[in-house]
Design a protein around this ligand. Structure first.
Ligand code: SAM
Ligand code: SF4
Length: 335
């Protein structure tokens, strides 16, 4: 029962309720903001957590207060056996909500199974509605397939959020186009500040297209746009354009305006715990699991990590070892 469950908090009294789980570091796209054109060096298979190990970590963290898990990657649907894994965490853990973030290329065939699993919320990454720009950004010509997936999901009643990373010189004209898309479609389009997690490091000396500039751009096109109330522990500030079926949001992922209420942890595909996106990993859970530790040992290690969490993303970044500057791919971290 949820009310009997422990509610674990960190050293700043923020509850830990939400885990983002990267089930793979592999991907079938090569998004400009996520990895270089030639891709990243994938981890050897045995370095990745097995589904059994992931299931155990989901079960243990759910016993500690995590109620929601987001399946991400890499591209989750490139890992074989994903649906069976989701069935197992549904059946064997106390997790209440399973959400997914996907690029939508391989997703459509699984929609009936996702629905049968009671999954209702899916984030789809679409940075542009223009096929040429999509190709330039992702280095793959998959927009038609992704849009089919989107429409199929909407027809099937999923709540869909579109993630669009805003990149100077690449897709800023799409801010208008994507916001306009919400006129007829009941989706939330979330504009995300570009972060330097791309396998290379900073793309720009200064991030011009920060949350303020994205909002100004929206206000210029839609002067009547208005702010909606902010949900608990939300990363997106939401806005409504009057008359639109959907809404828009802005995620200040680089400016880090939302750390004060952050309730999330991350588990990378190789089993490293991150208590902040900007830290370089605070606990090697794979090693603990593979050493034969029982659940109590695991929980003690997790509590230790939760209770020494960085105050915010700036502190987490500062605490990184000198040689370990932010530059790893989001595909390895689990975005
Ligand atoms: N492959 C799936 C996808 O693209 O939806 C899931 C993994 S992806 C790493 C998760 C999210 O991270 C995507 O919405 C993507 O746009 C976002 N992302 C990746 N690299 C980013 C970056 N450097 N800055 C901001 N967002 C990024
Ligand atoms: Fe792949 Fe997602 Fe990264 Fe794009 S953002 S390269 S789809 S993991």
């Amino acid at each position: 029962m949820l009310q009997d469950r422990i509610k674990i908090t960190d050293n700043y009294n923020r509850p830990i309720e939400y885990m983002r789980l990267a089930v793979t570091d592999r991907c079938n796209l090569r998004c400009f903001y996520c990895m270089p054109e030639e891709g990243i060096k994938y981890l050897p298979k045995k370095a990745l957590l097995t589904y059994e190990e992931m299931e155990r970590l989901v079960r243990v963290t759910s016993e500690m207060g995590v109620t929601k898990v987001r399946i991400t990657g890499g591209e989750p649907f490139v890992r074989k056996g994903l649906i069976e894994f989701l069935e197992r965490i549904r059946a064997n853990t106390a997790i209440e909500k399973i959400n997914i973030t996907t690029n939508g290329v391989l997703t459509q065939q699984y929609i009936p199974q996702l629905k049968a699993l009671g999954i209702t919320d899916i984030n789809l990454s679409i940075d542009t509605l223009d096929r040429d720009r999509f190709f330039k950004i992702t280095r793959r010509d998959e927009l038609p397939k992704v849009l089919d997936t989107l429409h199929n999901m909407l027809d099937e009643g999923f709540r869909v959020k579109i993630n669009a990373v805003v990149m100077e010189g690449k897709n800023t004209e799409d801010i208008y186009e994507l916001a306009k898309f919400t006129e007829q479609h009941p989706v939330e389009v979330r504009f995300i500040e570009e972060m330097p997690f791309n396998g290379e490091g900073n793309h720009y000396p200064v991030l011009n297209w920060n949350f303020k500039k994205i909002l100004e751009e929206l206000q210029q096109h839609f002067p009547a746009i208005n702010k909606l109330p902010t949900e608990k522990a939300a990363t997106a500030i939401k806005y409504q354009i009057p008359g639109h079926a959907g809404n828009v949001g802005i995620i200040a992922a680089f400016s880090r305006t939302f750390c004060g209420t952050c309730n999330r942890i991350r588990l990378t595909a190789q089993g490293t715990l991150k208590t902040c996106l900007y830290d370089s990993g605070v606990l090697d859970l794979r090693e603990i699991l593979r050493s034969g530790a029982d659940d109590e040992v695991l929980k003690t290690a997790l509590v230790g990590a939760f209770k020494s969490r960085a105050k915010d993303g700036f502190e987490a970044e500062k605490n990184r070892p000198q040689e370990n500057k932010v530059s790893e791919s989001m595909s390895t971290i689990g975005g």
